[in-house]
Design a protein around this ligand. Structure first.
Ligand SMILES: *Cc1c(COP(=O)(O)O)cnc(C)c1O
Length: 361
């Protein structure tokens, strides 16, 4: 067996030790005579797994006590749809800052249930920058301000939390959660699908200041009510237990590696190696994002034409560098460098890029 370097944007590479541990425990969990995936979510084994995962995530991200942590199914997109239902009054204003594809998805999901106002957008420049904070048109009566911390397709990333005054800041951290330290208290709500940087697809995390759960929101079924979800420890119905378990293993691995400070250093080093390969190519490779907004997690870049792009993707794959094809919305190449991607993977990619250019430039 040989595991390649997998640059997939999501579902994405997981640490090999996590996969091995899951493999070892697949048939029998911890002497229980059954797999964790075969047990009741209300039994002591799974309750312990779930509580440990939450405790470890709280430690990893330094989540304050006055924040609830919810584990949900339906992905980040379902959360985007539930934000106005839970936190905005019917047709209340909500402010969205667009810095790429996923911000637009968030708007699309919120639009039926709120009066969405685009506070700022960098779409006219092809989503290559963060609109300067002083250009944002924010409403004092908005229920929240929504940003996408890291735009997974366009490769545009915020550097910290922008100040939104008294209106709580909601942030989609799907592709950047736990990639570096963050100050949770600066956000009203943080959410992330797990399949980029926290584990497997099928489970998502919502970190929300508890006082926001007191908002009445809009008429909705109990299962979509985050106050009820929090009150029942994310177990109103059967949660995705296997995914929760795998998330727990992944978070534990991150703590053991040295936590978010460790990954911030590692991710800076990995992304610097790939950006250096792009910027040092004399224009053969091109990334259009302004340097201050360049993502450390997802690096889109372009070759001179489509034939070279296709050749790059296929030869890279043969060289053990998988899933480098860019998202169809922008084309080109995309390298995702989540926490589970080792430094050696980024160096192997940079070396392949130099070699490919030499042969084709
Ligand atoms: C992948 C992604 C999403 C969508 O996630 P799903 O779990 O597929 O709904 C939303 N936002 C960002 C930033 C993403 O990277």
């Amino acid at each position: 067996m040989s595991r390649a370097f997998n640059f997939s944007a999501g579902p994405a590479t997981l640490p090999e030790v996590v996969l091995r541990q899951a493999q070892e425990q697949m048939l029998e969990f911890d002497g229980a005579g059954a797999s964790i995936v075969e047990m009741s979510h209300r039994g002591p084994e799974f309750i312990a797994v779930a509580q440990q995962a939450e405790a470890d995530l709280r430690r990893l991200l330094s989540i304050p006590e006055d924040y609830a942590v919810l584990f949900t199914a339906g992905g980040a997109t379902a959360i985007q749809a539930l934000l106005p239902l839970n936190f905005a009054a019917p047709q209340q204003r909500v402010d969205y800052v667009l810095t790429g594809h996923w911000g637009k998805t968030a708007v699309k999901q919120a639009s039926p249930c709120a009066q969405v106002s685009i506070a700022a957008s960098s779409e006219d420049s092809g989503f290559t920058r963060i609109p300067p904070r002083d250009s944002w048109q924010l409403g004092a009566d908005a229920a929240y301000v929504h940003i996408t911390d890291n735009e997974t397709i366009h490769g545009v990333q915020f550097d910290g939390a922008p100040d939104t005054g008294k209106v709580p800041l909601f942030a989609d951290f799907s592709s950047s959660i736990a990639s570096a330290p963050l100050e949770v208290a600066k956000y009203g709500l943080i959410y992330a699908g797990a399949q980029k940087n926290l584990g497997p697809v099928g489970i998502s995390v919502v970190i929300v200041r508890r006082e926001l759960l007191e908002r009445s929101g809009q008429p909705r079924a109990e299962i979509f009510n985050y106050r009820a979800v929090a009150a029942r420890d994310s177990m109103l119905n059967t949660p995705p237990t296997w995914n929760w378990y795998l998330l727990g293993l992944t978070v534990r691995w991150m703590l053991e590696q040295g936590g978010v400070e460790h990954f911030a250093r590692l991710n800076a080093e990995k992304s610097a190696a790939v950006y250096a390969a792009i910027d040092g190519s004399g224009g053969f490779y091109r990334n259009d994002v302004v340097p201050a907004a360049r993502s450390k997690m997802n690096i889109p870049f372009f070759l001179p034409d489509d034939t070279l792009t296709a050749r790059f993707v296929s030869q890279a794959s043969q060289a053990g560098l998988l899933a480098l094809k860019g998202h169809q919305a922008v084309g080109g190449i995309r390298a995702s460098l989540y926490n589970a991607m080792p430094l050696a993977g980024a160096h192997a990619l940079a070396a392949f890029m130099a070699d490919f250019q030499q042969r084709n430039g």
